[in-house]
Design a protein around this ligand. Structure first.
Ligand code: SAH
Ligand code: DHB
Ligand code: MG
Length: 225
């Protein structure tokens, strides 16, 4: 990164931060709380939380499935954008993460809308499909990267026509272009290729985190398209 590019990035970042100060004391306190609990600070950046909230609002979503809860930060952004009777189901491997998330979502006043299911998602997804109507409006994929291709298959089973599938961390500093033997990068590359070429989906990748990573957004086409 040249000095000039750094200056530009900093100017752009501080301009945006000045325009959009942290929206909320609870969301703003998330990272400090997460760090004092000793959990990894790998939640979505605030602007991606905001993008998710706008997708939820503008699509009129009522039912959301999230794969990868961590401390409940992305869940809080999305749940806040849901209507009163909306629901979010979030899947998390680590009981400690789920416990933290339950307490954070309580603080964010959305715990009545959110259910966290603990376990490996590839085991809890089949159980969920037996219990739930496969008519979710939005599926947000943000767990172990090697399993993204499998999560995309599951997302396609859960989401309704016209719904949205969103995947975080799909660029990984551009390393996804040369995945080599790395299982995470290979998973992400396969996920991106499947989403880009599937006749069922209309997808794009939005670079974020100063171009260091990206989010894939896919609209699920309606049957008559
Ligand atoms: N969406 C969160 C961040 C998720 S970080 C946010 O933005 O706030 C990724 C999470 O996926 C971690 O909490 C990790 O424990 C969880 N995870 C990893 N492997 C998993 C698996 N096999 N099933 C379910 N969750 C998993
Ligand atoms: C990392 C970041 C993420 O958003 C994620 O979901 C997993 C890992 C990371 O920076 O390591
Ligand atoms: Mg992520």
């Amino acid at each position: 990164m040249t000095q000039r590019n750094l200056d530009t990035q900093q100017r752009v970042q501080s301009y945006i931060q000045e325009l959009f100060p942290p929206p909320d004391a609870v969301l703003d306190s998330f990272e400090a709380q997460l760090r004092s609990a000793g959990l990894p600070a790998i939640q979505v950046p605030a602007e991606l939380g905001k993008l998710l909230a706008i997708l939820v609002r503008s699509s009129g979503a009522r039912r959301i499935l999230e794969i990868g809860t961590l401390g409940g930060y992305s869940a809080a952004w999305m749940a806040r954008a849901l209507p009163q009777n909306g629901r979010l189901v979030s899947l998390e491997l680590e009981p400690r993460h789920a416990e933290f998330a339950r307490s954070f979502l309580e603080q964010a006043a959305v715990s009545d809308k959110v259910e966290i299911i603990v376990g490996p998602a590839l085991e809890t997804l089949p159980m969920l499909l037996e219990r739930e109507q496969p008519d979710f409006d939005l599926v947000f994929i943000d767990a172990d990267k090697a399993a993204y291709p499998a999560y995309l298959d599951w997302a396609l089973r859960f989401v309704r026509p016209g719904g949205l599938i969103v995947g975080d961390n799909v660029l990984r500093g551009g390393r996804v272009a040369e995945p080599g033997e790395d299982a995470d990068l290979r998973g992400l590359d396969e996920f991106n290729r499947h989403a880009a070429t599937s006749p069922l989906l209309d997808s794009l990748i939005l670079p974020n985190r100063d171009g260091q990573d990206g989010v894939l957004i896919a609209a699920v086409k309606s049957q008559d398209e």
